[in-house]
Ligand binder design. Structure first.
Ligand code: S3P
Length: 182
């Protein structure tokens, strides 16, 4: 695993498998699992849809940014798989700060497989729309360059099982951040 703190940050669009893969990865390699959405929900005492509804998206983005800043400074955060909210990379600072936390791995997937995984899920306020597939395509177009910029490694997860993805993330993280594009 790369970096002195041995952390892995998983980024990717909603439904890309960050939490599922992150939990299995952490368990298999004796690491701790953390999730930025879970940390925010716990500290706020309300769900993500409630935060969006009661305070709006900009407020949630501020919480998310504050959390990334504090995690980047937290030297106690070690041997941890950090699953992140799909929009964490919208903030330019976050794209840099995540790399300070650990090796950043982007779980990339196509719109169709993301759609299959998120359809019918009411916990994601940004997908609360008639045309979920269209929304995914549109957001992916905007966000893909940001995920790519934030990433040390990109894993194409379409067609991979959870186990295969876990092993691909572990191999990428073991190789260190410098491998991407070489
Ligand atoms: C969001 C993704 C969600 C959550 C919030 C906003 C996004 O996390 O942070 O609903 O902007 O993509 P998951 O990616 O874990 O679903």
């Amino acid at each position: 695993m790369s970096g002195s703190r041995n952390n892995i940050c998983l980024i990717g669009y909603m439904g890309s498998g960050k939490s599922t893969v992150g939990k299995v990865l952490a368990e298999r390699f004796g690491m701790t699992f953390e999730d930025t959405d879970e940390i925010i929900v716990k500290s706020q005492g309300r769900s993500i849809p409630e935060i969006f509804r009661e305070e709006g998206e900009p407020y949630f983005r501020e919480l998310e940014h504050g959390l990334v800043q504090s995690l980047a400074k937290d030297e106690q955060l070690k041997d941890t798989v950090l699953s992140t909210g799909g929009g964490i990379i919208i903030n330019e600072d976050n794209r840099k700060l995540l790399k300070r936390i650990g090796c950043v791995v982007y779980l990339r997937a196509c719109a169709q497989s993301l759609y299959e995984r998120v359809k019918g899920d009411e916990g994601r306020p940004l997908l609360n729309t008639e045309d979920v597939y269209g929304r995914i395509e549109e957001m992916l177009k905007q966000r893909s360059p940001m995920y790519e910029e934030a990433a040390d490694h990109i894993i194409d997860t379409d067609g991979l099982s959870v186990d295969e993805t876990v092993m691909a993330v572990a191999a990428a993280a073991a190789a260190g951040p410098e491998v991407l594009g070489s």
